[in-house]
Design a binder for this molecule. Structure first.
Ligand SMILES: NC(=O)C1=CN([C@@H]2O[C@H](COP(=O)(O)OP(=O)(O)OC[C@H]3O[C@@H](n4cnc5c(N)ncnc54)[C@H](OP(=O)(O)O)[C@@H]3O)[C@@H](O)[C@H]2O)C=CC1
Ligand SMILES: O=C1O[C@H](COP(=O)(O)O)[C@@H](O)[C@H](O)[C@H]1O
Length: 508
């Protein structure tokens, strides 16, 4: 039986926006259906759009029932859930309005018998991540009034746009909320399959002896999408794939793969190990940046009679934009476990497939003695499929039945869908639930963010100085730029593994 959080209020700033509609309210509804919300619980949405409580509920009702991921929900159950949801029309950039917010909060607490526990969720444009907490503090809304009360704040990404801004934001927030009450969201950490990396590694004895530079040839971590920038062109122009996906999601995946076991399974020891990995990443020299990191933009083409725009034709994107929609890079972790093992990252929008996965390529045998025996780095590989078709496959060679000794590669497969209860919660369900319970394990800590920005910053700076250098193109719905083969896997002088996106050359 899952533990329930103490009674509390969740205040969402930016509640009329896309994130609230697509992720936050549907996830809260799932928690409601599973009876995981606190016994007494209220949501207060706050943004400028003029809604009454009823109008806001109607908006959310449609979003929950009509979303592409919606299950056949009972509309009456949705209606009952929405009675927990309220709305305040409020301009969070105007300090004078925070008195109104305070009144509404106190009214909801009194009317619903809530103790003084509040989570603030910043689902506003990032420019407001500093100003909203400052205004909350001016009204005394950042501190609980009672001993058993608390105030937590969840901050959406992007958490800064470089090291300096991330440090500044962290510093500001820590003056207003204690570090342990600041929850910096990285939704990849809320994915069931990502959490399973820790269980796979630390609940099984068989992997640990192999999990190092002696047996692992390379690690590939990828997240590709078929969608383009959709209606987020303006945001994406200032972000690009390196900030949008690698600085946070792919680096967090790498940390789970590469970290040492924490002494105990508690938030701080786990986060300590994550930081150690980020700090041990080899910092690129100026030459290595151009050899080991490539970027590209998708270009338009017609697919099945439909003309698909290129990145530079998207709404909100400059016609001469140099923002990357694809990044592939090779990096190393300079420690005893991983020294010399290349980690390959690649991510891109508008690619052939929506897929996120981690592939551990083990070293092959020193000699080949059988017909058909695999050689190279992708003979024995462990693939952790984050999404879709969530699961894990181990690939190895076995004898074909019959005369002789001919080897065939086979896969030993675990699929989440084959579990008797195959419900996979959305990442936001898990993360919201954890914040309500006060468990920050799956949230990013400030020092980890700074360490990851510290690695990313020099790349951003080099690109800013030479905006066109190593900026390639790839047609929409393809595997990425051709240049990824040369530059990444063979161009840097080191013998690389087989091309990660290519088919295995070992036969099926
Ligand atoms: N959408 C997504 O999938 C993801 C979003 N994020 C992050 O979450 C945050 C929210 O994203 P998203 O919902 O997509 O953004 P939207 O632009 O859809 O929503 C932001 C909301 O903030 C409100 N807002 C803007 N200015 C003010 C103001 N002065 N006072 C009060 N409210 C204001 C707006 O409502 P109104 O006009 O009514 O005030 C708007 O509805 C962003 O920082 C984004 O980077 C992160 C990951 C994924
Ligand atoms: O944070 C982000 O992630 C999504 C991809 O998330 P996924 O769970 O669908 O893999 C990405 O589309 C978006 O640009 C980025 O901001």
């Amino acid at each position: 039986m899952m533990k329930k959080a103490d009674n509390q209020l969740l205040v969402i700033f930016g509640a009329s926006g896309d994130l609230t509609k697509r992720k936050l309210l549907p996830s809260l509804f799932e928690l409601y259906v599973r009876n995981l919300l606190p016994e007494k619980f209220r949501v207060l949405g706050a943004s400028r759009t003029a809604f009454t409580d009823e109008e806001f509920r109607e908006e959310q009702r449609k979003a929950i029932l009509d979303s592409p991921e919606a299950k056949p929900y009972d509309p009456e159950q949705v209606g009952r859930f929405l009675q927990l949801v309220h709305y305040l029309s409020f301009d969070s950039t105007n300090e004078a309005e925070y008195g109104k917010l305070k009144e509404r909060i106190e009214q909801l607490q009194q009317q619903n018998g809530l103790d003084d526990r509040i989570i603030y969720y910043l689902a506003t444009p990032p420019v407001m991540y500093e100003s909203v907490p400052v205004s909350l503090q001016k009204q005394g809304l950042n501190k609980p009034r009672t001993r058993e009360g608390w105030r937590r704040i969840i901050v959406e990404k992007p958490f800064g746009t470089n090291l300096e801004s991330a440090e500044r934001l962290g510093e500001k927030l820590r003056k207003i909320f204690p570090e342990e009450n600041i929850y910096r969201i990285d939704h990849y950490l809320g994915k069931e399959t990502v959490q399973n990396i820790l269980v796979l590694r630390f609940a099984n004895g068989i992997f640990e002896p192999l999990w190092n530079r002696n047996y692992i040839d390379s690690v590939e971590i990828s997240a590709t999408e078929t969608l383009g920038v959709e209606n987020r062109g303006k945001y994406y122009e200032g972000a690009g794939a390196l900030r949008d996906m690698i600085q946070n999601h792919l680096m967090q995946l790498m940390a789970f793969v590469a970290m040492e076991n924490p002494a105990v399974f508690d938030p701080e020891p786990i986060r300590d190990e994550i930081v150690k990995v980020f700090r041990a990443i080899h910092r690129y020299s100026p030459t290595e940046i151009w050899n080991d990191v490539i970027r590209a933009q998708y270009t338009g083409r017609t697919v099945g009679g439909t003309a698909l725009p290129g990145y530079r034709e998207e709404k909100g994107v400059a016609a001469d934009s140099t923002t990357e929609t694809y990044v592939a890079m090779k990096l190393f972790i300079d420690n005893w476990r991983w020294g010399g093992v290349p980690f390959y990252f690649y991510t891109g929008k508008r690619m052939a497939e929506k897929k996120s996965e981690i592939v551990i390529n083990f070293k092959s045998t020193p000699t080949q003695m059988f017909a058909g025996q695999c050689s190279g780095s992708s003979c024995n590989k462990l693939t952790i499929r984050i999404q879709p078709d969530e699961g894990i496959t181990l690939k190895f060679g076995l004898k074909m039945p019959g005369a002789g000794f001919t080897v065939r590669q086979v896969g030993m497969d675990f699929r989440y869908s084959s579990l008797s209860s195959n419900y996979l919660p959305d990442a936001y369900e898990r993360l919201l639930m954890d914040a309500m319970l006060g468990d920050s394990t799956l949230y990013a800590r400030q020092d980890a963010l700074e360490a990851s920005w510290g690695f990313i910053d020099p790349i951003l700076q080099a690109w800013a100085k030479k905006p066109d250098k190593n900026l390639y193109t790839y047609p929409v719905l393809t595997e990425g730029p051709e240049e990824r083969y040369d530059l990444l896997y063979h161009g840097a002088g080191a013998p690389g593994p087989e091309i990660p996106t290519g088919p295995c050359k070992c036969g099926k």
